[in-house]
Design a protein around this ligand. Structure first.
Ligand code: SAM
Length: 417
């Protein structure tokens, strides 16, 4: 068993026993499936494996710091619904969360989930794994040493596998850390979690008008998350935010390279720089600096979701221009997406309050209406050819449609059977 390295970590254990995160009730499983990133099967297929890994190959997934089970249940259900082989291992050290995720899996009669009530720091040499996909959402930034945590995960990553990680980002959390400072004084971390929560609720009731969290209009975790959410946001014994340079340095320290930051267009400064001279300057920067520029410019990112692989094993990017490529919608059906295209051929998109009208080519709507996760690019082209659309125009407009809609994680590629 790994020694608890410090007091903050002992308080973190107490927090997630008192307030397993996020608050979930197994009885709700009959009503809805919670979807998110990272850990969505279509994203893993596309962004981790470049849509090259056959669907028939069993997927061994680890959800490290899985909490009450959102990613575990989503991925296990998606595998089961698609009749795909693989198992999902939930791992966490919260007994309270363990009870809830087991209840959720049982409510769905999922038989492809395993449970490990251990610390992720104990993974090296544990005999667990190897795993083709490792998910770690909202966990590394709470650890005493995030780089040690990430190395522990990589120690059980199978050759050719990849990770999906979420860490907090600083600018979109403006106001959070000031209130954490205030609450450390008003509700010392040594006090019992319910007493601390009561103090936080009282503080929120009379938050001074100038408190930055009040001005932070697009950040609502403290409003939506109930007790577990408020505690996690304002009373967490340790959380640190990673800006892009820090995130890349963290990944690099574990020998990892990003294959995708979600959503890619959000991290492309060109999306936010209409001025051609500025675009040219931004385009000349290396990839990490381009993403850092987008982060600093937009100022509203509160998390980073990144998929990554070992630096020596980055797969070739998904090839959407190949005739046998099969595009599919992540969730909202492509035909439905087409309905949102405006008369000026833009698709309105919102990134945490930041509007981005995505320019689409003329044939985007007819192409989207033919995307059903079964037709290949060649078949879509052939269908449009019957309607008198020439192949050159189709190829050009498919490329333009793809660049925009994969850039917002809406249209991805289906891997081979
Ligand atoms: C903010 S919650 C995130 C839960 C889940 N991943 C999600 O995004 O909904 C953080 C989780 O990490 C777990 N955790 C923290 N340190 C851990 C460790 N060393 N090993 C395993 N789990 C840990 C906590 O118990 C808690 O359930």
């Amino acid at each position: 068993m790994h020694e608890l390295p410090d007091q903050a970590d002992a308080h973190l254990v107490a927090q997630y026993e008192a307030y397993p995160y996020p608050k979930r009730d197994p009885r709700d499983e009959g009503k809805r499936l919670i979807l998110g990133s990272p850990g969505h099967l279509r994203e893993i297929d596309h962004w981790v494996f470049g849509a090259h890994r056959p669907r028939s190959q069993p997927l061994r997934a680890l959800i490290a710091g899985g909490g009450t089970g959102d990613a575990t249940i989503m991925l296990a259900q998606q595998l089961a619904s698609a009749n795909r082989p693989g198992r999902v291992t939930w791992l966490d050290r919260s007994e309270a969360a363990h009870g809830i995720v087991r209840g959720r899996a049982a409510a769905r009669r999922l038989t492809n989930v395993d449970f490990q009530l251990v610390s992720l720091l104990d993974l090296p040499g544990s005999g667990l794994g190897p795993f083709d996909y490792i998910d770690c959402c909202g966990v590394l930034h709470h650890l005493p040493d995030p780089a040690e945590g990430l190395r522990a995960l990589v120690s059980v990553l199978a050759p050719g596998g990849g990770l999906g990680i979420m860490v907090y980002a600083p600018h979109g959390r403006t106001g959070v850390y000031m209130l954490q400072d205030a609450l450390r004084l008003l509700a010392p971390v040594e006090e019992a979690p319910p007493a601390r929560l009561d103090v936080a609720r009282r503080v929120m009731r009379h938050l001074p008008e100038t408190a930055w969290l009040r001005a932070n209009r697009y950040f609502s975790d403290h409003i939506d998350g109930g007790d577990a959410g408020l505690y996690d946001l304002l009373l967490n014994p340790r959380d640190r935010a990673f800006d892009i340079p820090r995130l890349f340095a963290l990944l690099d320290s574990a020998g990892l390279t990003p294959t995708c930051l979600l959503e890619p267009l959000r991290y492309d400064p060109a999306t936010w720089l209409p001025d051609p001279r500025l675009r040219a300057r931004a385009a000349a920067l290396p990839p990490m600096q381009r993403a850092a520029l987008a982060e600093a410019l937009t100022g509203n990112m509160s998390v980073h979701v990144v998929y990554c692989t070992r630096t020596a094993e980055v797969p070739p990017p998904p090839d959407a221009l190949a005739p046998d490529a099969v595009p599919l919608a992540r969730e909202m059906p492509a035909a439905e997406l087409a309905k949102h295209i405006q008369p000026d051929l833009t698709l309105p998109f919102l990134f945490d309050g930041l509007r981005a009208p995505l320019p689409l080519p003329r044939l985007a709507a007819p192409i989207l209406r033919l995307i059903d996760g079964a037709r290949s690019v060649a078949e879509i082209g052939a269908e449009l050819a019957k309607r008198g659309i020439d192949q050159e125009a189709f190829a050009r407009d498919w490329r333009g449609t793809w660049e925009m809609l994969s850039g917002v994680n809406r249209i991805l590629l289906l891997p081979p059977a």
